[in-house]
Write a protein that binds this ligand. Structure first.
Ligand code: HEM
Ligand code: HEM
Ligand SMILES: [Fe+2]
Length: 483
């Protein structure tokens, strides 16, 4: 530490482990974007790296890296708040640390196999060692089992620590949610030769994660984050959390039906899926109201501006990406035309970024504030202030720009391929080669580069933020003047 006011950080065991998870998460975030850029370029230049690094591989690494970095971000966030929230040391920290290394080695091997060994015939062995073939969770089965074991260890750390220490509304919801989140993963390992049945179970993981269990998890993190950054009272955040969780599960679980419209499941899913998924935006509105209200009543005053800004970005990103962009194509009458077009990709990008990338970045800023010695990270940050603001702006403008470009491509596909050409094979190519589609893909790349710039600047900021700050914050005071 290069100044006398700032003392060496006093991180507890859970927090030290959390920083390891965050480091890997951010490395995978960069990897995600690099492979996204290559995959995006291949839309415009189909010859690019053809037979060397094919589109299917780049796409798979792009979205698997995303899922894994987000899981790392969530696990890190929970370890970060665990001791504070429970009032006791993490139970079984040693094995928790071991699980981190096992998981990280497994992820590295899986990525190398993705990159170098994705050709040849598909057999039972390939499911075990090469690729399980389910989008987002393609990891081969040996890795699946390893992941389950590591997650169980994480769960043991969390549940045992709260059992030894104290429970709160937040930790109660959190632990129950983690049971569901981990249990659902098992449905991604069901093997069947019937593609409809396969898809049926696969959605249990994907949909129930992002529209139920992950949403509840970020609800818990948000509740805690608002207490941390703004000093909102526990009573208020817990009440909101209960309301949000009830609405989230009430709509999200049967909302699953919006993926069962056209995969060979019975027709009643059209009504169930359409109705319940249309209700899904409601809790997301509640989350915006909640966070903006809290921030407003505290005058947006916080000693950690980057974290607060990313929390607000989360509230709006979640509402627009999941709520508005999801609602747009969730009724079967509309989904008939939009299903599987770039419209879907438009929603996928805004939702994953807006709902999940944002809040993990917020927690990392909260963590860095403490690990840099509890420094002031608000107005008049010496030399550093521009970096977090520019990365925030570039990332959000980049992703929103991509989202709009993809939406235009999706409209064009729905119109030409589906409405005019009646979903024929020729119609698919007519839409794919149309100049509006190509222009949209060019715009996606322009905003893709903006996103990449934002990510790189974010990494630079995370490595340096608070390092030259001499003012420290008074603990537990969320609106202090610098000491
Ligand atoms: C943060 C929460 C959410 C995330 C991260 C998310 C992400 C995604 C992604 C990535 C896909 C594409 C899946 C694939 O590869 O086929 C998808 C599909 C879909 N999402 Fe979401 N989503 C979220 C919430 C919602 C909500 C709240 C709704 C409805 C109100 C919704 C409606 C849909 C629909 C209808 C599809 C199917 C699109 C198609 O037919 O091609 N999503 N979502
Ligand atoms: C440089 C920025 C990025 C570029 C160029 C890019 C490019 C791509 C491409 C080309 C695909 C395949 C789409 C297809 O199969 O038609 C894709 C899929 C996807 N990307 Fe990105 N991406 C970027 C950033 C991101 C970010 C920041 C996120 C979220 C945090 C994200 C989440 C996703 C998801 C969820 C899918 C699957 C969508 C679906 O199945 O519909 N990407 N991306
Ligand atoms: Fe869904």
């Amino acid at each position: 530490m290069n100044n006398p006011n700032v003392s060496a950080p006093q991180l507890n065991g859970g927090q030290q482990l959390a920083l390891k998870y965050f480091t890997v998460a951010m490395a995978l975030f960069v990897a995600q974007i690099v492979f996204g850029i290559i995959a995006g370029l291949q839309f415009l230049y189909p010859e690019l790296l053809y037979n060397t690094l094919d589109f299917n591989v780049n796409r798979m690494v792009h979205i698997n890296a995303m899922i894994v970095w987000m899981l790392y971000g969530f696990i890190g966030s929970v370890y970060w708040l665990l001791e504070d929230e429970s009032g006791t040391e993490v139970v079984g920290l040693k094995i928790g640390n071991l699980a981190f290394w096992v998981l990280t080695v497994a992820v590295t091997i899986v990525v190398l196999v993705y990159l170098f060994i994705q050709y040849g015939p598909g057999t039972m062995e390939t499911i075990w060692f090469i690729n399980e073939g389910r989008e987002y969770i393609e990891a081969p089965r040996w890795a699946d089992i390893g992941i389950v074991v590591c997650v169980l260890i994480f769960f043991y750390n969390v549940a045992a620590t709260f059992m030894k220490g104290r429970w709160s509304g937040i930790s109660g919801v959190l632990v129950l949610d983690l049971v569901a989140l981990a249990g659902l993963y098992v449905f991604g390992m069901v093997y069947t030769t019937n593609i409809s049945v396969d898809q049926y179970w696969w959605w249990w993981v994907i949909h129930m994660w992002v529209e139920a269990t992950w949403e509840v998890l970020v609800g818990c993190i948000m509740a805690w984050g608002l207490m941390q950054t703004l000093g909102v009272s526990r009573r208020i955040v817990t009440t909101w959390l209960y309301i949000e969780v009830a609405m989230m599960f009430g709509s999200g679980i049967l909302g699953l039906g919006h993926h069962y419209f056209w995969i060979g499941t019975p027709e009643y899913w059209l009504s169930i899926g359409g109705f319940f998924s249309a209700l899904e935006p409601i809790p997301l509105v509640a989350m915006v109201v909640h966070s903006v209200y809290d921030a407003g009543t505290h005058g947006f005053k916080s000693n950690n501006h980057p974290a607060l800004a990313w929390l607000i970005a989360h509230a709006f990103g979640n509402f627009f990406g999941a709520g508005v962009w999801g609602f747009m194509h969730t009724l079967p009458q509309i989904n008939l035309f939009t299903h599987g077009t770039q419209w879907t990709a438009s929603h996928g990008h805004l939702a994953f970024f807006g709902a999940y990338a944002t809040i993990i970045i917020a927690v990392i800023y909260i963590a860095l504030q403490k690990s840099r010695g509890g420094v002031w990270m608000s107005e008049a940050m010496p030399g550093n202030g521009w970096k977090w603001k520019w990365s925030l702006a570039l990332l959000n403008i980049g992703v929103v720009g991509m989202t709009v470009a993809l939406l235009i491509a999706g409209y064009e596909q729905s119109h030409i391929e589906r409405a005019i050409e009646g979903s024929t094979w020729a119609g698919y190519f007519a839409a794919q080669m149309h100049k509006w589609f190509i222009q949209a893909m060019q715009w996606r790349m322009i905003f893709g580069w903006v996103t990449l710039a934002g990510v790189l600047l974010l990494m630079w900021d995370l490595l340096t933020v608070g390092k030259h700050e001499t003012r420290v914050i008074k603990s537990l005071d969320h609106r202090p003047l610098p000491a």
